[in-house]
Design a binder for this molecule. Structure first.
Ligand SMILES: Cc1cc2nc3c(=O)[nH]c(=O)nc-3n(C[C@H](O)[C@H](O)[C@H](O)COP(=O)(O)O)c2cc1C
Length: 325
């Protein structure tokens, strides 16, 4: 399948693996890229720019296909060494960057000068237009369904994607709730030129996370996610567990007086404990509603090949059949 996204990133299939904290290691990115998609290393999971440089080198040892790095601009006090991370990306010869969180304007000139293609992930039409206006090559439009941070507008992809298509000139991928060939064809129908998946890629053989995390996704349904940190305007969609229920009870009890410090135990530093150790109640971890569509743990190649075959069959048979009727 050829779209502006496959052309932009030099990939075979219009499927991107979004940056994921403590999931997006070299193994994950390389597996997706080797399967013909665009794998993404999560920059900030690496503690220092030197560690990121090392992770990029490890990924390059595992694939000769294009892969990218995610740079998330967080609303936190201790600002990471972004210039250092950008240098590691440029010197590592990476050709694609997924930015997310705040406006990436500050780093954009450096990335563009190095010939790097930038796809900015955003949750609204206005942020997508901003990304376009500052020179991003593409956007990843993240609907309300998504795992992680859906923003505060709560617009699901059935509305958000066609709205993005109405306004944008640059290509975009659909993100949030994407799982299979049906998702891809629907995304294309709504105006996207590919799709970005987070949660679905965690339930793959190569995802470098504890087996319990994968099993939790297979077991979860579409009703099992919760929105946390809404009172802090830092909403995150997570899989429900004991820590999340505790967190939500605190939110209810403290109301508008809630501060980050009140919930620090449930959200800070929990990712390694969950993803590496499989301590499933350690805290809140991002997960999309798409968990309801995850029923198995294939390899990345099996997953992507299946998506492309299913999409092809839907277009050529099911949809073509309707057109002829
Ligand atoms: C466990 C997990 C961790 C994530 N961490 C990040 C992150 O560090 N930076 C980021 O930009 N997005 C992050 N995301 C969001 C994904 O990149 C992607 O946008 C989202 O998962 C898409 O929705 P889906 O889960 O329905 O596919 C994370 C998602 C998950 C599930």
């Amino acid at each position: 399948m050829k779209t502006r996204i496959t052309e932009l990133f030099g990939i075979q299939h219009p499927i991107i693996q979004g940056g994921m904290h403590f999931v997006g290691f070299a193994e994950m990115a390389a597996a997706v890229s080797n399967a013909g998609g665009l794998g993404i290393i999560t920059g900030l999971t690496q503690r220092t720019p030197a560690d990121l440089a090392n992770e990029i080198a490890r990924c390059r040892d595992m694939t000769d296909k294009p892969f990218g790095v995610n740079l998330t601009f967080l609303p936190i006090v201790n600002t990471p060494d972004y210039p250092g991370y950008v240098r590691a990306i440029i010197e590592g010869g990476v050709k694609a960057v997924e930015t997310a969180g705040n406006n990436p304007q500050q780093v954009l000139p450096y990335l563009k000068d190095a010939g790097i293609k930038v796809i900015h992930k955003c949750t609204s039409v206005r942020h997508s237009l901003k990304a376009q206006s500052i020179g991003c090559d593409a956007v990843s439009v993240d609907g309300f369904e998504c795992g992680g941070h859906p923003g505060e507008d709560d617009v699901p992809n059935f509305i958000l994607l066609p709205r993005a298509a109405e306004e944008l000139d640059i290509p975009f991928v659909a993100s949030g709730g994407m799982a299979d060939g049906r998702s891809l064809v629907a995304a294309l129908a709504l105006g996207a030129e590919g799709m970005n998946m987070g949660t679905r890629f965690i339930a793959t053989k190569e995802a470098p996370v504890h087996e319990k995390v994968k099993q939790a996704l297979v077991a979860a349904g579409e009703l099992d996610t919760r929105l946390v940190m809404r009172p802090l305007r830092n909403t995150e969609r997570v899989l429900n567990n004991a820590a999340v229920e505790r967190l939500l009870a605190k939110e209810k009890q403290l109301g508008d007086n809630l501060k980050f410090e009140d919930i620090i135990e449930e959200v800070a530093g929990v990712y390694p404990r969950i993803m590496k150790d499989g301590d499933m109640d350690a805290g809140a971890w991002s997960c999309g509603m798409v968990a309801g569509l995850i029923h198995d743990i294939p390899t990345c190649k099996e997953l992507i090949d299946r998506i492309m075959a299913e999409a092809d069959a839907i277009i050529r048979q099911r949809l073509a059949g309707f057109a002829a009727a």
